[in-house]
Design a protein around this ligand. Sequence first.
Ligand code: HEC
Length: 138
Amino acid sequence: MKKIIYIASLLLFYNCSNPLTEKSSQIIIDPNPTSEMAQLMRDMTLKLEGIKTAIENNEVLDENQLDFALIHNQKPTDSSFVKPHIKPMSENFAYSIEQFNKEPSSRNYSTIINNCLSCHQLSCPGPVVRINQLKLNH
Ligand code: HEC
């Protein structure tokens, strides 16, 4: 049952556009193949979910365990997603990954998630609900 809810939430929030716009019919007729950038986002989401669980279980976190491609070098679903802020925010994000790799702590984990949110709040609000689920519950 948990799994069904999880998959449903993926379907609802794994998209940049606002689900309330008229785009939905278009998505059914012409489903976009997953872009490089979207695939990277999914991989990061899964990996960080694992780290969140590890932190909540007080497990020892390995150094240098995150290795993500640079977001701004990935091909997006639509070129309109590449707004001027994407590159600087992607660089800030990459910096937060580096800090976590050097010093894997819950504080550095939260900085990563805040960077996900800053970029999404500006350009891609659809997945914000999903990203909020990656926040630590304390
Ligand atoms: C620099 C800006 C930026 C940052 C930082 C960022 N994202 Fe994204 N995200 C995007 C853009 C743009 C898209 C749309 C990509 C596409 O559809 O090609 C996206 C798409 C997504 C999606 C939907 C993927 C899909 O299947 O359509 C998820 C989920 C997501 N991001 C989660 C995250 C998480 C988790 C983080 C932090 C680990 C993060 N994002 C960091 C810009 C960003």
